[in-house]
Ligand binder design. Structure first.
Ligand code: PGA
Length: 266
């Protein structure tokens, strides 16, 4: 049984240092003690407030592809590494939509992050749900954009390097945008996607390497659905947005994951 990942992406929240410190402290205090690696990715200005510990690791939400130099507003993997970051999300759909990230830029960022020994969490996922074909029949077909994004991001990444990459399947249509009642995939949908991604990785590298790369799911995960995704979705963890802004909700997610990890080990 591999280690599970519970990764919180705070996005552009909270708006004050005081709230950020208190949220981090609460998450760190209640994070699972075994079987689950908990990571939180705060906004850049808060990164230097936190340090990775045995119960909670520090990550960032993005990075630039150069390590230093005249790049106004940029934050490099070297800066993040020197501040104690261990992980960095790359290619999140919100970066692709609002900040112009393309597969080419994402590839450069991923390689730059690997060079500084940061573990990239590569986010991929289709924009719209493809549940029905043009005649209205049910289809399990997966969007080829997922393959394009995985291949594009990993261009030139060696077999040795790719073992440090984590892939997060995040269908854009399932990501919560502060609204209630959004659509979420079933655990079966997530299983299909995780098998699809693992097959792409096996074709690019080898089956043995593909087995070693953690695949996570992200999109409206919370304490009521995490168990099902982990048990039946063929994934090794979750990338969590909104629910990571509530220490109690995040704690419950971690507790479910730890229980699952414990039963799998026993
Ligand atoms: P959500 O966000 O959990 O709020 O849907 C997930 C993500 O965007 O990483």
């Amino acid at each position: 049984m591999k280690e599970l990942y519970l990764i919180g992406n705070w996005k552009m929240n909270p708006t004050s240092e005081r709230e950020a410190k208190s949220l981090w402290k609460d998450i760190e205090r209640t994070a699972p003690k075994r079987g689950v690696r908990t990571v939180v990715c705060p906004p850049f200005p808060y990164i230097s407030l936190f340090k990775s510990s045995s119960s909670l690791a520090l990550g960032a939400q993005d990075c630039f592809w150069e390590q230093d130099g005249p790049y106004t507003g940029g934050v490099s993997p070297a800066i993040l590494k020197n501040l104690g970051c261990e992980y960095v999300i790359i290619g999140h759909s919100e970066r692709r939509e609002y900040f112009g990230d393309t597969d080419i830029n994402i590839n450069k960022k991923l390689i730059a992050a690997l060079k500084k020994k940061l573990r990239p969490i590569l986010a991929v996922g289709e924009k719209t749900r493809k549940t029905f074909d043009s005649r209205g029949a049910h289809t399990n077909e997966l969007d080829p954009i997922i393959e394009e994004q995985v291949k594009g991001a990993l261009l030139g990444v060696s077999s040795a390097q790719v073992k440090n990459v984590i892939v997060a399947y995040e269908p854009v249509w399932a990501i919560s945008k502060g609204k209630r009642n959004h659509i979420i995939p079933s655990a079966q949908d997530v299983l299909m996607a995780s098998i699809y991604i693992r097959t792409i990785l096996a074709r690019l590298y080898s089956r043995a390497i593909a087995e070693q790369i953690p695949i996570l799911y992200g999109g409206s995960t919370n304490s009521s659905n995490v168990e099902e995704f982990i048990k039946e979705g063929g994934i090794e963890g979750v990338l969590v947005g909104s629910a990571s802004l509530s220490a109690s909700e995040f704690r419950r997610m971690g507790a479910h994951m730890q229980t699952y990890a414990d039963t799998e080990r026993s």
